[in-house]
Design a protein around this ligand. Structure first.
Ligand SMILES: NC(=O)c1ccc[n+]([C@@H]2O[C@H](COP(=O)([O-])OP(=O)(O)OC[C@H]3O[C@@H](n4cnc5c(N)ncnc54)[C@H](OP(=O)(O)O)[C@@H]3O)[C@@H](O)[C@H]2O)c1
Length: 335
């Protein structure tokens, strides 16, 4: 009998996850009933927000329950279907369990065009991270020509796109990332005006001051912590900070007060957190633009694809070590 494999969330981590929080189980292959489809996972996404879901307390998404399957952004192929308009062979994107096969009633699925971008792009540049970069940049950070725009986790899924969008808006873009390879990529392939390696710099504040000689007008913050503390004193009057994520704090075992000295009053700063889901009514418009920019070569993206369903936990943990370059996805099956 054909078997399905899925993960169960087995235990909550303390501090940095190890991967042992997830247990791989085998079970009978699910069989679709009326108005259901059987979907085979092709690519599964791992994302930093999943660390919040591993915690018992509240984060912006509900916690995963021990004993249940975690969920992920996913791309899959329809293997059997009793849903009108969803034929066998269709490629779809959605959110479902960490499993090789899942049942769906079709709700929340997005049909992908097989002649368009590679399907896994629906988890990155043409999916949630791309939308996050788009709205966080244009609606929250609001770049203006001539601004100095700084972005942290700049070689990651969101950061690499946010920096390019700000560049298109005429900004001087400075990226912050954690390896020499990432710094070279930002400077040479994405044509950022400067890039700073926060892990290698003994004097991060000084290196950022050199990279931003006229101060910082807009900061797209993906990390928080020491990196943001080093950017804060450089903010110019009426500067804007788009607080997208705080990955440097996600594995802290107790809440520590942020070590960031914003001169809010003197510099009249606007600091705004946001969630990509706030912009849901405009997703279609943004995806059409992002797709046009990708297909015309105006927007470049990078992916780190690890092969094998067994490597889901390892891929997730790698996000907190900087193992990924651009969007981290797991390839489960070639469609
Ligand atoms: N607000 C929203 O709606 C929304 C939506 C999506 C994502 N986010 C947030 O946006 C941020 C980026 O997400 P993403 O999906 O694009 O991930 P990503 O940047 O592709 O991957 C995470 C990167 O963070 C960096 N990092 C890890 N630990 C760090 C630390 N202690 N200090 C500094 N940098 C660290 C690593 O790069 P280095 O090698 O450079 O260290 C790593 O590659 C995350 O904070 C995430 O939670 C928010």
């Amino acid at each position: 009998m054909a078997l399905n494999r899925r993960y169960v969330f087995a235990q909550r981590p303390h501090g940095m996850p190890t991967g042992e929080e997830f247990e791989l189980v085998e079970e009978a292959m699910p069989s679709p009933g009326r108005n259901q489809a059987l979907i085979r996972s092709c690519y599964l996404s791992v994302d930093p927000y999943m660390r919040g879901r591993m915690r018992e307390g509240p984060s912006y998404a509900p916690p995963w329950q021990v004993g249940e399957s975690p969920t992920a952004g996913a791309v899959g192929r329809v293997e059997a279907s009793d849903i009108v308009g969803l034929p066998v062979g269709s490629l779809v994107a959605g959110t479902w369990d960490w499993a090789e096969y899942v049942l769906s009633d079709g709700h929340g699925l997005r049909r992908l065009d097989p002649s368009g971008a590679p399907p896994q792009a629906a988890l990155g540049v043409l999916g949630m991270p791309g939308l996050t970069a788009y709205f966080g940049t244009f609606d929250v950070a609001r770049p203006r020509a001539g601004d100095t725009f700084v972005v942290s986790a700049a070689a990651g899924a969101v950061g690499s796109l946010a920096g390019q969008l700000a560049k298109q808006a005429g900004c001087r873009v400075v990226g912050i990332a954690g390896t020499k390879e990432k710094i070279d990529f930002l400077r040479e392939e994405l044509a950022f005006d400067a890039a700073v390696d926060y892990r290698a710099e003994g004097d991060l504040k000084g290196a950022l001051r050199d990279a931003c000689p006229t101060g910082v007008d807009a900061y797209f913050d993906n990390v928080g912590g020491a990196v943001t503390a080093a950017v804060a004193p450089l903010m110019n009057t009426h500067g804007r900070v788009a607080v997208c994520g705080q990955i440097a704090t996600y594995n802290q075992t107790r809440r520590e007060p942020p070590d960031v000295a914003w001169d809010l009053v003197g510099r009249r700063l606007r600091i705004e957190g946001f969630l990509v889901s706030d912009f849901q009514p405009r997703f279609a418009e943004a995806l059409a633009r992002l797709e046009h920019w990708v297909l015309s070569g105006r927007l470049r993206y990078r992916e780190t694809i690890v092969e094998g369903f067994e490597r889901m936990p390892e891929a997730l943990v790698g996000l907190f070590k900087g193992s990924n370059f651009g969007k981290q996805v797991v390839k489960v099956y070639a469609p």
